[in-house]
Design a protein around this ligand. Structure first.
Ligand SMILES: NC(=O)c1ccc[n+]([C@@H]2O[C@H](COP(=O)([O-])OP(=O)(O)OC[C@H]3O[C@@H](n4cnc5c(N)ncnc54)[C@H](OP(=O)(O)O)[C@@H]3O)[C@@H](O)[C@H]2O)c1
Length: 330
């Protein structure tokens, strides 16, 4: 497993990290035993970066991680990143909502303390605000609280998870130099972060955590145009029938590009993300040990050829399939 520096912190993290949303809930039936096996497998494969959030299964994802990290007695070696959910439960953040309503100081503290309990730890390596809007740069309460938590040693670094498909909304924040990291969607279909945000992150030494490298599963190549999702899998709102059909058509084009290459689509999807030098880690969601093993194997130092990278760059497909979480009752 290769490692990359995590921004200005003196930490070095595995370039494949573990995305733990699905092991918490909302992706169909839960299988805690399998989730724990996958986490163990990831650590054995050299993963030392785990991304979670207080909201994933209302703490369930954090609790599983806490158990596994304790079982392995490796707390200091594992970099755990969690997130404070917005107090108004609004995803994405709305420009009209003041920071002191969405992330009041007491809320940030309460959520951090709850995460620490779930994670069986007295610190988190990274605390992230789960949503962001640029107006909050003028409102500093959230910053004061995160700084205070850092001073107390409960938080070692802090950053922001950027709203879906809205890379530009993080530009002013990154330019401010106030945060250690951003988390952002970047994949073969969503390439806009590479235009302006990634170069700025490199200039400011802000770590980049790439989420959703498989476009919620589309870029694994396993979806079919007529498949249905479990009623407890939120993706039935993301891959509505027309979205699913179009995704499968787009994926077929990518598969054609890969004909004659000796690499699978998931492997290429991860290598595409790792090809950008601004990227600190890529965090695929992976509930099965088999997926963990194959995803970790991608960190072997080999890169995509210039020609293949160019062909993939031509597959950018800007759109936003994320549901209105409130309206869908999610
Ligand atoms: N707003 C935010 O802050 C936010 C939003 C979304 C995600 N995230 C973070 O980013 C992480 C990754 O995103 P995601 O989990 O939503 O989506 P993703 O990584 O794009 O896709 C996950 C899907 O890919 C499948 N998969 C993984 N490896 C595979 C392989 N080698 N072959 C075939 N299929 C494979 C997974 O299956 P299995 O699960 O069955 O293994 C799962 O269905 C999350 O877990 C979370 O930590 C953050």
């Amino acid at each position: 497993m290769n490692h990359r520096p995590f921004g200005k912190t003196n930490r070095s993290i595995s370039e494949i990290g573990y995305g733990s949303w699905a092991i918490g809930g909302m992706w169909g039936p839960l299988d805690d035993a399998q989730a724990k096996q996958s986490l163990h497998q990831a650590i054995e494969c050299g993963v030392n970066f785990i991304d979670t959030a207080a909201v994933y299964g209302d703490g369930h994802s954090e609790q599983l991680i806490g158990k596994v990290v304790q079982e392995r007695r490796k707390r200091e070696q594992i970099f755990i990143a969690t997130k404070v959910m917005p107090k108004n439960y609004q995803w994405p953040a709305r420009e009209k909502d003041p920071a002191n309503e969405v992330f009041p100081r007491a809320w940030i503290r309460e959520m951090t303390e709850r995460s620490l309990k779930n994670l069986r730890s007295d610190y988190v390596d990274l605390q992230q605000l789960h949503v962001w809007t640029p107006r909050w740069l003028q409102e500093t309460e959230w910053l004061e609280e995160l700084r205070q938590l850092k001073e107390e040693g409960k938080v070692r670094a802090f950053g922001v998870s950027v709203n879906d498909h809205d890379a530009d909304s993080a530009m002013s924040l990154v330019a401010s130099g106030l945060i250690d990291s951003i988390q952002i969607i970047y994949n073969i279909f969503e390439q806009r972060p590479a235009e302006r945000l990634f170069p700025l992150c490199q200039e400011k030494q802000v770590a980049v955590i790439v989420r959703v490298p498989f476009d919620e599963g589309g870029l694994t190549g396993v979806l079919t145009p007529t498949m249905t999702f479990h009623k407890k899998d939120w993706r039935r709102f993301y891959f509505k029938p027309a979205h699913l059909r179009e995704t499968c058509e787009r994926v077929e084009i990518v598969k054609k590009i890969l004909e004659g290459e000796s690499m699978t689509l998931p492997e290429v999807a991860l290598r595409f993300c790792l090809a950008h030098p601004a990227v600190s880690t890529v965090i695929p969601g992976m509930r099965t040990p088999a997926h963990v093993t194959s995803n970790c194997a991608v960190s072997d130092g080999r890169s995509l050829s210039e020609g293949l990278l160019k062909s993939l760059q031509a597959q950018a497909w800007p759109r936003n399939f994320y549901p209105n979480w409130d309206k869908e009752g999610l």
